[in-house]
Design a protein around this ligand. Structure first.
Ligand SMILES: *Cc1c(COP(=O)(O)O)cnc(C)c1O
Length: 397
């Protein structure tokens, strides 16, 4: 047998839909000594984690914790705990992730009432209002705030208000929005929310912060049937994360991963979450100026664009896979491809967390222009970087 050696990944610049570049401080935190997950020192770190998550989510919800698995598990945690067999759930779909919500509803034995919008458009609150009026027996409205598959931002505050007016709870996907776009769990009254560690928090993948408000906790406590997932059953997980002295073993926490998330949230607090939102917007403005100078157009209408996920249309005749392949091979730069109907038609360029930087904006524009020029693509040469730089200078970077 050939000797297999240590795995040494190359250094990349991650500007796709996630994972984003992990800050060296976070990698260093993850390399610290592993201790027991019931060690009093570890338990102290978990208590800090909870207040850091309160800060990031802008909530005081007692039931706030990182699920020990990626964003998809946070999604599933919300659905399997809040949805009971026979329930009706209104699911908004304007991209890939709304479709996964539908799967979760149906696998929980409930009926999904779909509110569909075109990929690239935000969720239309009028359609949500119509669905609520047509289905007064619906219990929950579920939607994605930041649709990473297209780059569209939906109005979480308005959709939540409409749902509450009809007595429904909301489940919000904030995997890509947390840390990158304004999000106010308590002020907007969001009942259940999940996120991920590897997007705008710049942490390694594998953890999903979640938070549940009082109405959601009440619904979980009033369940007639036990939650069908043992691992994600919050009534069991709460005994571990619930605080106090009686922490009981549920599963072995991903200890070093949690060190990383703790550091990521400390960094968010140092910067200030509002400043982080602004930095994402500023870098998006600079990248947008560069893309538009190149001649690339945005998929999502102005006003609904996510700063952290920039979708642009691939110019006619340009080979999508060849461009992404060359960016990776020659420059170590990863950008995202389109999904579903948008495969081969768009690129998705992430400016997430630590990666939302002037350095990444200029690097991406430079590398993309070089590759497109070499391929004789119909772009304007020599103008993208100056356009981005003008925006950066005007904003004081
Ligand atoms: C990435 C993402 C997810 C899934 O998160 P994983 O960590 O990949 O499981 C869910 N929803 C949205 C909007 C995402 O961007």
């Amino acid at each position: 047998m050939t000797t297999i050696r240590s795995f040494n990944p190359p250094i990349r610049t991650l500007m796709g839909p996630g994972p984003s570049d992990v800050h060296p401080r976070i990698l260093e935190a993850m390399a610290r000594p592993t201790i027991g997950h019931l060690d009093p020192v570890f338990v102290g770190m978990m208590d800090e984690m909870k207040s850091l998550l309160h800060y990031a989510f802008r909530t005081r919800n007692e039931l706030t914790l990182p699920v020990s698995a990626p964003g998809s598990a946070g999604m599933e945690t919300c659905f399997v705990n809040l949805v009971e067999p026979g329930d009706k759930v209104i699911v908004c779909q304007n991209g890939v992730f709304g479709g996964r919500m539908k799967e979760n509803v149906e696998r929980s034995g409930a009926t999904a009432i779909m509110v569909k919008d075109e990929w690239g458009k935000p969720v239309d609150p009028n359609k949500v209002a119509e669905a609520l009026a047509a289905h007064p027996d619906a219990k929950i409205v579920a939607f994605v705030q930041a649709e990473t598959s297209t780059g569209a931002l939906s109005d979480a505050e308005t959709i939540t208000r409409l749902a509450h007016d009809q007595g429904c709870l909301v489940i919000v996907d904030a995997v890509t929005s947390l840390g990158g776009s304004p999000l106010e769990v308590d002020a907007w009254g969001i009942d259940a929310i999940y996120s991920g560690s590897q997007k705008c928090l710049s942490c390694a993948p594998g953890l999903s912060p979640v938070s549940f408000g009082p109405r959601a906790v009440e619904k979980i406590k009033a369940r007639k049937t036990p939650c069908q997932s043992w691992f994600l059953d919050l009534s069991l997980v709460m005994n571990y994360w619930g605080g106090g002295t009686k922490r009981a073993y549920h599963h072995t926490a991903p200890i070093n991963g949690l060190y990383g998330l703790h550091e990521a949230l400390v960094m968010l607090q140092e910067e200030g979450v509002e400043h982080s939102w602004k930095r994402h917007t500023d870098m998006h403005e600079a990248l947008k100026a560069g893309f538009e100078a190149l001649g690339l157009s945005f998929v999502v209408p102005e006003g609904s664009r996510l700063p952290q996920l920039n979708s642009v249309t691939i110019p006619q005749g340009v080979d999508d896979a060849a461009v992404r392949g060359l960016l990776l091979k020659r420059y170590g730069l990863e950008i995202g491809a389109g999904l579903g109907d948008l495969a081969g038609k768009i690129w998705r360029v992430g400016l997430m967390g630590h990666g939302a930087s002037a350095k990444n904006v200029v690097f991406c524009l430079t590398a993309l222009e070089a590759v497109l020029s070499e391929m004789k693509a119909p772009i304007a040469a020599g103008v993208a970087v100056p356009a981005a730089q003008a925006v950066l200078a005007a904003k004081g970077y």
